[in-house]
Design a protein. Sequence first.
Length: 407
Amino acid sequence: MASKQYLDLTLEKEEEIPKVEIPSSKRVSNFSFKKVFYFLAGLLILFFFYLHFFSFRAELLLKVKSFPVSAKEEITLTKDGVLELANFVLPFKTLEKEIEISQDFPSSLVDKATKAEGMVTVYNYYSVTPLVLVAQTRFLSAEGKLFRSPEKIVIPGKRKVGDKWVPGTVKVRLVAAEPGEEYNIGPTTFSIPGLASSPAYTLVYAKSEEPMRGGFSGKGRMVLQEDLDRAQKVLREKVEKEALVFLEKSFPQFLIITNSLTVEVVDSKSSARAGELKEKFTFTLKAKVKALGIKTEDLQKLALYLLSLSVPEGKEVRKEDLQTQLTLEKDLQGNKNSFKASLIASSTFSEPIKERELILSLLGKSIAEAKILLSEKFEKVKIKVFPFWRYSLPSDPKKIRVNLVLD
């Protein structure tokens, strides 16, 4: 009997346990999707609202109509004068610079025999009267090399200065007796063999201060006079070609009148003399370059004034397209302070664009209406609006941007 009661009690307790309802996963999923959908939809509406009202702007690309214009006029150039637009007077300055250029040149390949030669000073300590030496008088160097004088020599007599005797001297040219490089000797003392049996032998002699040059026999490189002449010609032509560029770099604020350019050789020198045996030599030329120069600013002002006389009233000549050509024509009555010149100027002109007034005239207008209005003044019109679905221009001038294309 006790066992049965235990079983009944157990059954009663099981009936008292409450039932809990668990929501399905499908309901949770539906609930979350709706919230995300409404949130994203709200963001999208706000985004389009922002674009439509706050990011509204427009950009205009306008190509300005331009027309060519050119003019030619004879003008007067005055030295260190003042610019006179109405009288077509343009001041100029004489621009001057020195150019020094050097270049290496090869010497000539020769196949001949030449005699060395050079200058010497002949001294007369022997007599107070002039001493005469005939042409072809022999002079013997300390090294034993024989030279001759091509011409007759007259040596002044010695004279007394205070308590001392001063010899009579004369400079003469000596030529080696034979060709050959061995006669290219350095500075030395020469005796006169013809006076060997006379007391004058030790009192009449010669000295050279520079080497004897030009002695040669066979094939080799020698500096000839024609090499030096050719080098000077080449460098002069180079200076003449580069003179204009040189002046333009030296005076960048000036326009150089090309047909007024002159080149004057001031000095020239070579690292070798004619007759020297050298593979090459360096030739240096110094030249003075002169030309008439006009300030670019003055020329532009005069050219723009000249073109302004040829364009309709209210039109504007474009400075950025300005081109000028100035040619010196002739001397004015022989006066070097005044010249006649020809001025040719060309450019383009267009209507002045007042950007502020242009933008104000377009506020709030439809894109189609704005294009019609702008086509009257501009060659090409392109309008971009953001966002793209707007069909009119902003009413705020700060939201309209204008880009002008002048070419």
